[in-house]
Design a protein around this ligand. Structure first.
Ligand code: NDP
Length: 249
């Protein structure tokens, strides 16, 4: 049976658009007090305002997950505002597809810094308080690209495979010893801004054609799955959720 998350404090990274924004709204609608974190403060403020107008509790936290000090300051700020953090959704990420041979090394490093190191920074910032309270739930957003590899996405797939491996390691080390649950969620194609940031015209075009061929998931579909995982009874850890559009092979 699902349990209520009413009053739980949640931090959602990458909450200024797409899956993160939808997840923040879903958690708030379920009664959680939500910190929305990302770099675009204007977007965060607007979504937080939307949540409050609907009767929920939300606060905007401008931070860059790739910067350790920024993450620490954001976590401290949320803890001061709403109290100790119960749920973290490590969702911030980017996917600038390109061939390795194009040597877009700045984009490679950005993916590693945000998609992988970002998860590490947030995890390190929240774990002390979760371990001190022997409770907490980390939800890490990997991808279908954390299960298989696609051309043009070698580095992205490497980061998402790493997030899957990290999640399983965290689950094994933190569950029994510290009462902390870890969920790795692996969505297939979801309609968000993710594809708009692809600088390679070939891969950008491929993504646009894919949208014509199949119906992508909505960000709210992934938010529903995350809400399901965090609402599971305390003895249950939804370790992995692989959520696909019905029409994606
Ligand atoms: P969006 O582009 O809509 O959202 C990405 C979010 O990450 C934005 O809120 C962005 O905010 C934030 N972000 C990027 N860089 C940073 C940073 N340095 N610090 C803080 N926040 C940052 O895409 P999605 O909603 O699709 O992506 C969310 C997650 O879902 C990603 O991890 C993605 O890899 C994963 N995913 C997406 C799929 C899809 O098909 N869309 C499929 C599988 C997984 P800002 O720019 O304001 O900082």
């Amino acid at each position: 049976m699902q349990r209520s998350i009413e009053g739980h404090v949640a931090l959602v990274t990458g909450a200024s658009s797409g899956i993160g924004a939808a997840t923040a709204k879903a958690l708030a609608a379920a009664g959680a007090r939500v910190g929305l974190a990302a770099r675009r403060r204007d977007k965060l403020a607007a979504i937080a305002q939307e949540i409050r107008a609907a009767g929920g509790e939300a606060t905007a936290i401008g931070l860059d997950v790739s910067a350790k000090d920024s993450v620490k300051a954001g976590v401290d700020s949320l803890t001061r505002t709403f109290g100790p953090i119960d749920i973290v959704v490590n969702n911030a990420g980017l996917m600038p597809a390109s061939d390795v041979a194009a040597l877009k090394t700045d984009e490679w490093h950005e993916m590693v810094d945000v998609n992988l190191k970002g998860v590490l920074h947030v995890t390190a910032a929240v774990l002390p308080q979760m371990m001190a309270r022997s409770t907490g739930h980390l939800v890490n957003v990997s991808s279908i690209a954390g299960r298989k590899v696609f051309k043009g996405l070698a580095v992205y797939c490497a980061t998402k495979h790493a997030v899957a491996a990290l999640s399983e390691g965290l689950r094994m080390e933190l569950g029994a010893a510290h009462g902390i649950r870890v969920t790795c969620i692996q969505p297939g194609a979801v309609e968000t801004e993710l594809y708009e940031r692809i600088s390679d015209p070939g891969y950008r075009g491929q993504m646009e054609s894919l949208k014509q061929e199949m119906e992508f998931l909505k960000a709210a579909d992934i938010a529903d799955a995350i809400l399901f995982a965090v609402s599971a009874p305390p003895n249950v850890d939804m370790a992995e959720l692989f959520v696909m559009p019905r029409t994606q092979a």
